[in-house]
Design a protein around this ligand. Structure first.
Ligand code: A2P
Length: 313
């Protein structure tokens, strides 16, 4: 049975978050305004944004264009890596660009501090071309600012992205408010079972970015995904989105195509054998894959790193 009402799930603070979110990463500024307006008219009520996506002003325009009241929409944004010592500045930029005075969720984008220099404010590099990373930065200091931001009322919930178990364990030693969300790359080629389990035990909601594998949707053609889609008479995207919704994980699906935006809201009840197949896909030879491998991302405690070789960039 398919449904176009995926509903919502609860955060540990008792508030609700719509079960499917619209991703805006790599949505070109020229297209994202229309995509956001269309998505909201089609029924989306959850938009995932970030300062580094460089399209928040257009997302804000799309929200206004849709005519849907702000309070009916769940908006997330993220503290960018070059703002760890000054989280409020990153937040204020996002609020201004999105044209809102509060966020429903604010996330630390990566547990990595980049040091801005003359090469770039957002993606600085050293003279030798390596990323300008401050490896000694204490993420506890970032988190303390996030907790202050929560107390200020400018955001309703705080969380993290791309945090592995060792990083979460470290953060836990000092947190006053726990992160309510951990947003990570997640799909059947990178199911991260242990991390999902850890977060569930702690009451941290997991959000899945790149649920289709990112640009071009490379997992859509996986033969096992295709066969499950045929069995249920839905598209492979519906299977990959439902894989998360069925287990209480919130997928953030990016599309700028009106027809795909609409069809991506359809979910299907997957049975135990489907879920087993999808959960075991990554153990097939050559299947395990991380599709997002930023230059600063290799050394973050993930034990299932399938990206470029672990070396300094
Ligand atoms: P488009 O914006 O042209 O629809 P992810 O959500 O994993 O980041 O995947 C996004 C990619 O998958 C984008 O290239 C997007 O392109 C494409 N995509 C989104 N929905 C579908 C769908 N239902 N069928 C095929 N491709 C899709």
């Amino acid at each position: 049975m398919t449904t176009s009402q995926a509903g919502s799930v609860k955060l540990a603070n008792g508030s609700s978050i719509p079960a499917i979110g619209l991703g805006t990463w790599q949505a070109p500024p020229s297209e994202v305004e229309g995509a956001v307006a269309t998505a909201l008219r089609e029924g989306y009520r959850h938009i995932d944004c970030a300062l580094i996506y460089k399209n928040e002003a257009e997302v804000g325009e799309g929200i206004r264009q849709s005519g849907i009241p702000r309070e009916e929409i769940f908006i997330t944004s993220k503290l960018w890596n070059s703002f760890h010592p000054n989280a409020v500045e990153s937040l204020n930029r996002s609020l201004k660009d999105l044209g809102t005075d509060y966020l429903d969720l604010y996330l630390v984008h990566w547990p990595v501090r980049l040091v801005p220099n003359e090469s770039s404010e957002l993606l600085p590099v050293n003279a030798d071309g390596t990323r300008a990373i401050d490896r000694d930065w204490d993420m506890g200091k970032t988190w303390a600012q996030m907790e202050d931001i929560l107390a200020s009322g400018k955001v309703k919930a705080i969380g993290v992205c791309n945090w592995s178990i060792p990083y979460l364990e470290q953060l836990k030693k000092g947190w006053r408010s726990k992160p309510l969300v951990n947003q990570v790359e997640l799909h059947p080629h990178l199911p991260q079972h242990e991390l999902v389990e850890w977060c569930k035990k702690e009451g941290i909601l997991v959000e899945a970015y790149s649920p289709l594998g990112g640009a071009g949707g490379p997992i859509l053609s996986d033969p096992d995904v295709v066969s499950i889609a045929e069995k249920h008479n839905v598209s492979p995207a519906n299977v990959l989105i439902s894989y998360h919704v069925n287990q209480g994980v919130v997928p953030l699906v990016k599309s700028t195509s009106p027809s795909r935006l609409k069809s991506n809201l359809q979910t299907v009840s997957l049975d135990e054998s489907d879920m087993k197949k999808l959960n075991r896909l990554s153990s097939q030879p050559g299947k395990a894959k991380r599709y997002n491998t930023p230059l600063f991302g290799w050394d973050l405690g993930f034990d299932d790193w399938y990206g470029p070789p672990k070396k300094e960039h």
